[in-house]
Design a protein around this ligand. Structure first.
Ligand SMILES: Nc1ncnc2c1ncn2[C@@H]1O[C@H](COP(=O)(O)OP(=O)(O)OP(=O)(O)O)[C@@H](O)[C@H]1O
Ligand SMILES: [Mg+2]
Length: 449
């Protein structure tokens, strides 16, 4: 092949040589044909050079296009890699990539939060001292395939994870070098899935079934016992019969209450996610509760005081029956667990321009601090015997909590031993009441209840 430089050279030199040749032999060739010959040679050479230049320009264009495409592909790959990177970083599960020597090559944010910020470059055992997990990692590194192991971490707070250890396929270009080491190449993925909530809810389900069975068995055992006594030794004892029948009635009412509470709890849970929309005036609800519990308060010698707000109308979006249930349960507790002859006060106040708070306060023995976080669990009682003796099922506060949740509110409990307790329900005000709470009206506009 003749290169473009040589061609250009020949295109210039050949006509010049033809011209010199004619000059030397000008006595042999007439100037006319000589000029034509030189012109023909020059034209041919120039044509050949131009074609070559065109072909080379086209090849150059092709190369440029290929380079642009390669750059675009590299850009797309870089973008994909950065997306994958962001996905790995933001996945909620803690993820760790390990090399052949068990060292952390990469840790996502979840792993850094759970274990340590500076994991990269260190042995996984330094961040996660868990013998079962480390043994599973070693097995996976020894070529025994994917592994799964439960990892309980002491915390705080204690948590349980399912660790999945998966071998990672190395990229093809690196595979050849694999035998030689490539120590910083990720060969294992450790995914830690938090199953604490799952285990807790499974435990709660088991406890719940056990609790319900226990709560039902107690009155049933007593009923069966009295039936046997009435059919046997007390068959002809009229006085004993009356006494036993009264107890039996009380026990069956207790079972009824328990079943009713369980049913209403499951109904409330079913529609906990649908927020009620009807406007409800809490002053009216509390007035109704006062009427329903007046007699019980009198029997227990409790003084009930209700203080609806003067400065705004306490209207919320709610379910009137459920809100009645909330304050019935709270005031009932305050009467039951408040001291004899003491005051039970219910006060409604504007918490801020968007929320109101209802405080149900008693002057009872109070609740030891360690029990407070667990009071809204089903069947949780500080003093189970006393609660049962007072006819309680231990479901009242669980019902309160679910109803308050449905109303997007909050239940908070404060208590001082020996001084009494205060149960506060905070609820979002309905839009119309918010304006009033923000700009309080004059006390005369509303009669107190
Ligand atoms: N005002 C209070 N003062 C002291 N202890 C309280 C008060 N309110 C609730 N408790 C404690 O919380 C426990 C749970 O209350 P909860 O209302 O759920 O059940 P209960 O009153 O025992 O039964 P019931 O299902 O009839 O309401 C009670 O057993 C009691 O130990
Ligand atoms: Mg109660």
């Amino acid at each position: 092949m003749i290169g473009p430089g040589v061609r250009s050279f020949l295109a210039a030199v050949l006509p010049a040589l033809a011209l010199i040749g004619w000059f030397v032999h000008r006595d042999l060739i007439a100037p006319g044909p000589a000029v034509m010959l030189v012109a023909a040679i020059a034209g041919g050479s120039l044509y050949a050079v131009r074609r070559r230049v065109k072909a080379e320009k086209a090849a150059l264009d092709r190369l440029n296009r290929m380079a642009e495409e390669a750059e675009a592909q590299a850009e797309a790959l870089r973008y994909k890699a950065s997306v994958a990177d962001r996905i790995v970083s933001s996945l909620p599960d803690p993820l760790l990539f390990l090399d052949r020597r068990r060292r952390v090559v990469r840790a996502n944010r979840g792993a850094e939060r759970l274990l340590d910020k500076n994991l990269v470059g260190r042995d996984i055992g330094e961040g996660l001292r868990h013998p079962d997990l480390l043994a599973a990692v070693d097995r996976a590194l020894a070529g025994q395939g994917a592994q799964q192991v439960e990892v309980a971490l002491p915390g705080p707070p204690p948590a349980t994870f399912i660790a999945r250890i998966e071998p990672v396929e190395p990229p093809p270009a690196r595979r050849a070098a694999e035998e030689g080491g490539e120590p910083d190449q990720a060969v294992l993925l450790v995914d830690l899935q938090d199953v604490t909530a799952l285990i807790r809810s499974e435990q709660m389900r088991v406890d719940f079934v056990a609790n319900v069975s226990h709560e039902l068995r107690t009155p049933l055992t007593s009923l069966t016992g009295f039936i046997e006594t009435l059919r046997g030794p007390a068959r002809d004892d009229a006085a004993a019969r009356d006494k036993f029948l009264a107890i039996m009635q009380e026990q069956s009412e207790r079972m009824f209450r328990l079943i009713n509470d369980l049913l209403s709890l499951s109904r409330i849970e079913l529609d906990e996610h649908s927020r009620p929309t009807e406007p409800v005036d809490l002053a009216e609800i509390l007035e109704g509760v006062r009427g329903m519990l007046a007699m019980k308060a009198e029997q227990r010698g409790a003084v009930l005081t209700f203080a609806p707000p003067d400065e705004f109308q306490p209207v919320v979006r709610g379910d009137a029956d459920q809100l009645t249930q909330v304050f019935l349960n709270l005031v009932d507790n305050a009467i039951k667990y408040g001291g004899r002859g003491t005051e039970v006060s219910v006060q409604v106040r504007a918490r801020d321009s968007r929320r109101l708070a209802v405080d149900v306060r008693d002057q009872g023995a109070g609740i030891p601090a360690e029990h407070i976080p667990r009071l809204t669990e089903r069947f949780y009682r500080v003093d189970a015997a006393r609660s049962r003796e007072l006819g309680g099922t231990g479901l009242g506060l669980a019902i309160v909590k679910h109803i308050v949740n449905r109303h997007r509110g909050r239940l908070s409990i404060t208590s001082r031993e020996g001084e009494g307790s205060c149960f506060t329900v905070t609820l979002p005000l309905a839009a119309e009441a918010r304006r009033e709470a923000a700009a309080p009206r004059t006390p005369q506009r509303r009669a107190t209840g």
